[in-house]
Ligand binder design. Structure first.
Ligand SMILES: NC(=O)C1=CN([C@@H]2O[C@H](COP(=O)(O)OP(=O)(O)OC[C@H]3O[C@@H](n4cnc5c(N)ncnc54)[C@H](OP(=O)(O)O)[C@@H]3O)[C@@H](O)[C@H]2O)[C@@H](O)CC1
Ligand SMILES: Nc1ncnc2c1ncn2[C@@H]1O[C@H](COP(=O)(O)OP(=O)(O)O)[C@@H](O)[C@H]1O
Length: 450
């Protein structure tokens, strides 16, 4: 058993169906899995309980409850006062939520809702067994809107996607993992992203070795977005970074605060990585056909995505591009426009939405938000475990778009999916601070962690 985040490597994720298959095969080999699960819960409970009061174990009707009952027995054997029941004891030293795990299949019943509310109000920290009760393991959504908000979650046997995306991170608290001694014996449903090494910079390399980025965006009044993207591409290590600012006469400087940045256009830079759409406004729609047909590698963000959503012709041009050559970075509302549905429908199953969009448009898709999802046609999707609310600020998406472009410029042989996985994880890690960041500071943190 160990604390899971931050991860030092990529890790496999398994949805409910895969977890059940792994569990069934493991049970045939070693029928004592529930004993191991309950023992792991008891050990963690011993470390987490505060004070001399009883440990409250709330057990549900299935095997999740079974894990809880084994844990209760083990704790009692260790001399700890234990209370098993639906109502709290006086002054509990810890509450163990063993109500519902993988078997959750509908909104928690009224009786379970009452127990969940009592747990939430009992004054002790909550340790959830496998999953916070009420949280759907595949999507990270509370079934029927209600799920335990745990302080700790000990997930068992497999890591599930819903612990990391959607509302998952708001419910799991600190995440612990025990594989119960079982090595997964099938391919994962998705990967949890780990850190990637920064692109190598050879001792004799020069700026021409590290590629070019062309940022197209920045309509009148929105130049900051394009400049943030350009600054991020520069900080990432791209050899040369140019901006085509739609709202600024050609003779004016690209960015008075960053003299390294240059003005440039598609005509002059046919091999650059395009970062298109940051602060671009509606005018980008007219530019997109040429950009989509000419630039070999493209990152589309913000207004470029809105233009694509509104135009079947642009969607056809996207589909016609080679596999691995285009990266889309929608937040949930932009994804909803591209999929012609509402944001809630996207958020209800983020993995499925990202996969569907990538398949429809033949692109790599980064569906942003807590637990960003990276999906590409014919590839296993990935979920980002890094990041947090300090990133919920204007401009952090522009920084991501620029970082993606900067990374891709330096790694011309990498496909969009590999670039997305590396950049999204780095962006999240740089955003892990208490309080809030400003987008400019985020760029500096990305550069420092590079
Ligand atoms: N087997 C082993 O050795 C191992 C097992 N492990 C553990 O088993 C857990 C999975 O156990 P599980 O399959 O029994 O499912 P579980 O989450 O207990 O729920 C099923 C029960 O809940 C009920 N129910 C569902 N939704 C409901 C709702 N909204 N409101 C009310 N009731 C609801 C459902 O009722 P039904 O739909 O049948 O009417 C059924 O009775 C897994 O998460 C892990 O903790 C691991 O430690 C590995 C070793
Ligand atoms: N609570 C959060 N947890 C993790 N990442 C977040 C959170 N809020 C925002 N982010 C990240 O911050 C970025 C915001 O992007 P976006 O919404 O496009 O902002 P903007 O358009 O202002 O630049 C995305 O990469 C998103 O994943």
């Amino acid at each position: 058993m160990h604390a899971l985040l931050p991860t030092t490597t990529a890790l496999p994720l398994f949805d409910v169906a895969a977890s059940r298959r792994i569990e069934t095969r493991a049970l045939a080999r070693s029928p004592d899995l529930m004993e191991r699960a309950g023992l792991a819960v008891a050990k963690l409970a011993l470390a987490l309980r505060r004070g001399a009061g009883p440990v409250w174990v709330a057990c549900g009707p299935g095997n999740n409850g079974g894990d809880g009952r084994v844990a209760a027995r083990r704790l009692a054997e260790a001399g700890v006062p234990v209370h098993v029941g639906d109502e709290p004891p006086t002054a509990p030293s810890l509450a163990i939520d063993a109500l519902l795990g993988l078997g959750l299949n509908r909104a928690p019943s009224a009786a379970l809702q009452t127990t969940i509310a009592a747990m939430q109000a009992c004054g002790a920290a909550i340790l959830a067994v496998d999953l916070p009760s009420g949280l759907l393991a595949d999507t990270g959504q509370p079934a029927g809107g209600l799920a335990v908000q745990a302080d700790h979650t000990l997930t068992l046997l497999t890591l599930k996607p819903g612990l990391f995306t959607g509302e998952g991170r708001a419910h799991v608290g600190r995440l612990w993992f025990d594989d119960l001694g079982v090595a997964p014996d099938e391919a994962p449903t998705a990967d949890l992203l780990g850190p990637s090494p920064a692109p190598a910079r050879g001792a004799t390399s020069h700026k021409g070795s590290h590629g070019q980025v062309l940022v197209v965006g920045g309509a009148a009044g929105m130049q900051g977005a394009a400049r943030l993207a350009a600054r991020a591409a520069l900080a990432c290590g791209a050899g040369r970074v140019y901006v085509d600012l739609l709202g600024l006469p050609a003779g004016e400087v690209a960015d008075a605060g960053r003299p390294e940045l240059m003005r440039g256009t598609l005509a002059e830079l046919p091999r650059a990585v395009g970062v298109i759409g940051c602060g671009a406004g509606a005018a980008i729609a007219d530019r997109l056909p040429t950009l989509l047909q000419r630039l070999p590698r493209l990152v589309l963000d913000a207004d470029a995505l809105n233009a694509v959503a509104a135009s079947p012709a642009l969607q056809d041009l996207l589909r016609a591009r080679p596999a691995g050559a285009t990266l889309l970075t929608p937040h949930p509302l932009e994804a909803a426009r591209l999929l012609d549905r509402n944001t809630a429908a996207v958020q209800a199953d983020r993995l499925a939405a990202a996969r569907e969009l990538s398949a429809r448009l033949n692109c790599c898709v980064v569906l942003k938000g807590s637990g960003s999802v990276v999906a590409s046609p014919a590839k296993r999707p990935a979920i980002c475990a890094s990041g947090g609310p300090a990133l919920a600020i204007a401009g952090s998406g522009d920084v991501l778009a620029g970082w993606l472009g900067g990374l891709w410029a330096q790694q011309p042989d990498a496909d969009a999916h590999a670039i997305a996985c590396a950049a999204v994880d780095a962006h999240g890690r740089a955003g892990e601070v208490d309080g809030v960041l400003r987008a400019g500071d985020l760029i500096e943190r990305l550069a420092a962690l590079r």
